[in-house]
Write a protein that binds this ligand. Structure first.
Ligand SMILES: Nc1nc2c(ncn2[C@@H]2O[C@H](COP(=O)(O)OP(=O)(O)OP(=O)(O)O)[C@@H](O)[C@H]2O)c(=O)[nH]1
Ligand SMILES: [Mg+2]
Length: 419
């Protein structure tokens, strides 16, 4: 079974809570606060692994959770960070937000770890809230909690060469003689049901060839295996179009086969249709009349490379030609897109908590703003307050019962609420 899409659920770890604790030592009458910070939650990463080439695994396990950060301890002990989770996927896996279908990442480079969900930050322990005027803070921060996200994974294989052609043309046979791949080969159409990848080592160069199921007339409308697997040759640099010179033993005309496949490629995507192409005619070992090749040339205006994948005649010339052409072509690039960021969405968030008589304001919006504004400077602080008002934070404080003269604490800075 070939699986090239999957829906999975991931959750980064929550941050551990900060601790409230006071030093207790012999002969020390009143120890200061010594509650440690909570550890950070684990992250979720995706990593490309070229030893995998389907998304099948995700049909068995669909839930991934990174470890939570541990709570802070006494004696300023910071909690342990939660364990990261690294999810291995084939090269060319595109990760989308399930709800919006927006692209989050294209897992393109072999081995590269891409951060997809960040763990929650650990909360600060009470030791961190000690100020000259507040010697014994009896509170600590909670760790940041994270949300479970639903992703759609789509595989768009990355290869240098895509092998296309009629069923039974000998595509898999060709792949098996130019690479170490061992695809299924048989004398009936639609032997290949899912893409096979093979690496061709050519002197100091190497390239990846994708062999896909055969196409027939009407594939775009779902005839045969349809053409959805063409997504696996959308990201190639070069198409090698293999034509069965024996007409499939069914009296088909090779030049017609060629045109039919070109039509199907065009229907699937103009980009695919416009890719550089090398045409090869296969099975010349059983060619009885060279007139067939002459007619092919006349009708298509293309002089094909003549090969026999079965006897390997002409295969070396074809490989030379492919390698030469690839040298001239630019490398495959990752998709161009603006990555969708959950954090962007969260950057507008804020929350208010009342502890004792103090209102604590925090959240993505505040943190973002605090990065830009130096809070200890009066003028900047006025700006900060204005932004808070615009975002509706002051209104929310009032709704919660905050009155003039009440203390509001924004991250580390305390101020008195006035209109
Ligand atoms: N005589 C001859 N037979 C060949 C040659 N190449 C492949 N064949 C035979 O053609 C048949 C089809 O070969 P495959 O490699 O499975 O063809 P395919 O294009 O991958 O077919 P699908 O996967 O069904 O699309 C097999 O019986 C092969 O042995 C060749 O050069 N000469
Ligand atoms: Mg095949």
């Amino acid at each position: 079974m070939f699986i090239d899409t999957a829906v999975i659920y991931c959750k980064a770890g929550d941050g551990g809570n900060g601790r409230v604790s006071f030093r207790r030592e012999k002969y020390v009458a009143r120890g200061g606060p010594d509650g440690g910070d909570g550890g950070n939650g684990g992250n979720i990463y995706f990593q490309a692994d070229s030893s995998i080439n389907t998304l099948l695994n995700f049909h068995y396990s669909r839930h991934f959770r990174a470890g939570n950060g541990e709570n802070g301890g006494k004696s300023n002990m910071t909690g342990k960070n939660g364990k990261d989770v690294v999810i291995k996927v084939p090269r060319g896996t595109i990760i989308k937000d399930f709800e919006t279908q927006n692209i989050i990442a294209d897992i393109f480079n072999e081995g590269e770890k891409v951060l997809i969900l960040k763990g929650g930050k650990g909360g600060r322990g009470n030791a961190r809230f000690c100020t000259p005027t507040r010697r014994a803070p009896a509170f600590a921060e909670n760790g940041e909690t994270t949300v479970e996200r639903k992703f759609l994974l789509e595989l768009k294989t990355i290869a240098d060469v895509g092998l296309v052609g009629y069923p039974n043309a000998g595509k898999s046979t060709l792949l098996s003689v130019i690479s170490a791949a061992k695809p299924k080969i048989a004398s009936y159409p639609f032997t290949t049901l899912s893409p096979n990848l093979g690496t061709v080592n050519y002197y100091d160069q190497s390239f990846i060839v994708a062999d896909i199921p055969g196409l027939i007339e009407g594939a775009a409308d779902g005839v045969g295996l349809g053409h959805s697997f063409l997504r696996h040759v959308e990201r190639v640099r070069l198409i090698v179009h293999l034509v069965d010179i024996s007409g499939g033993g069914e009296g088909r005309k090779p030049w017609e086969d060629y045109k039919v496949i070109r039509e199907e490629l065009k229907k699937y995507s103009k980009d695919l249709y416009n890719l550089p192409e090398i045409v090869a005619v296969n099975k010349i070992d059983i060619l009885e009349d060279r007139a067939v090749i002459e007619e092919f040339i006349k009708r298509t205006k293309i002089t094909p490379v003549e090969i026999s994948a079965a006897t390997t005649q002409g295969v070396k010339e074809l490989t030379d030609k492919i390698a030469q052409k690839l040298k001239e072509l630019p490398p495959v690039e990752p998709l161009v897109f603006t990555p969708y960021e959950y954090e962007e969405e969260d950057k507008q968030s804020f929350f208010i908590e009342k502890r004792g008589d103090t209102y604590y304001v925090d959240g993505g919006f505040i943190r973002e703003l605090a990065k830009k504004v130096y809070l200890d400077d009066t003028e900047s602080f006025v700006y900060f307050q204005r932004k808070m008002r615009e975002r509706g934070i002051i209104d929310e404080l009032r709704k919660m019962g905050a009155k003039d003269g009440d203390t509001v604490c924004v991250i580390d800075v305390e101020f008195t609420l006035v209109d």
